[in-house]
Design a protein around this ligand. Sequence first.
Ligand code: CMC
Length: 428
Amino acid sequence: MSKTAEIKFEDKSYSLPIVEGTENEQGIDIAKLRAESGLITLDPGFKNTGSTKSAITFLDGEKGILRYRGYSIEELAEKSTFLEVSYLLIYGELPTAEQLADFQSQIKVHTLVHEDIKKILEGFPSNAHPMGVLSSLVTALTAFYPESLDPNRSSDKVNMSIIRILAKMPTFAAWAYKNEVGHPVNYPDNSLDYCSNFLKMMFALPAEKYEVDPVISSALDKLLILHADHEQNCSTSTVRVVGSSQASLYASISAGINALWGPLHGGANSAVINMLEGIKKDGGDTKKWMAKAKDKDDPFRLMGFGHRVYKNFDPRAKIIKKAADDVLDKLGVNDPILDIAKGLEKEALEDQYFVDRKLYPNVDFYSGIIYRALGIPVDMFTVMFALGRLPGWIAQWKEMRENNEPIGRPRQIYVGENLRPYVGMEKR
Ligand code: CMC
């Protein structure tokens, strides 16, 4: 017999179906509640609201589990590559060797961007934040590929939009950085793999020979895998909601980039480094900063700590912490803020405030330290997150379109003025 939940309101009782997922997650289906009872549900920040049924990513925040299409993040980070994971997320299965080769070569064919996009880039002042530049260039793609505007076209055409954005994002990301530092842009080098090509576009200078360091390239590949999807987070929900109005893939992804930008989401990786630098400059007294983080009258929060869904450890943070040690070791980098980070983590994990609230380091706590060791400037950290999250956004957008989901449109409880007569200017 199918399960139900009862809601009692005034003198009536309403029976609501229970929906079960493949990992036995259970939710109350309230779709008919309003029609039957006049009630809506209120949940600011959607803290306990499921917005969709999805087959892409499974996450158990209590147990610290993260899986893409059923494969554990630990195994994928160790054995896979970013493009293989992208294929898995977008198309649902790991590719065969032939499928992967075809996917990679399709992406290589489209890495170049229209020369006129350079003119748009040149219009930005050099102090433009690269996240703003990135989201603008992604939106600009709609103008260069107007056929992408209709998300209901044949799956081949939609697939071409998917390939194009996967191919061009590294070019945009590297160019956004070049604009910031005032250097000429580099064109893609299709003899290189995805991450090496990005690194060369980002760091090569016309007057110098540039060889991609395989240690850097493979560390970046791993970081991108760890960021590739995270079910219905703020930016992904944004992508799905924007796409639910049948806006194009590029418009939806551009909105996702903007949602990611904030310091409570993808912007946390830059905020962590700024915080650790601030603590170092201030003399390195971690206790003082811990006290500030706990003080409710102080707006300071320990950046890179806490998560909406992880109430145990963030499995990505575990992998990244180890990767940070490995990368710094291999590159021979001695970064004093790594010690401050480890000290803060140790204190927080033993502190009653953090223990009671189940606040653990999240993916952003150590990722910035690796990005820094790879030579990536702080402003670009969130751009790196966007590069990693791209296949997840695409997969979620595609799933939403294929399931023909309804337009996202929440309700509200109105708490403003009741009807009142208009008052003329002379009486105000
Ligand atoms: N430092 C100090 N206190 C914290 C922190 C923190 N980093 N995070 C949460 N708290 C406290 C918060 O004050 C609240 O305390 P109380 O119950 O006494 O009012 C309690 O813990 C619950 O926090 P919340 O803000 O209600 O939780 P949330 O689910 O709304 O927010 C969060 C989650 C990630 C926005 C928050 O933990 C935070 O601001 N962390 C710092 C920013 C950060 O690292 N963000 C990156 C998230 S991971 C990357 C991604 O996927 O975006």
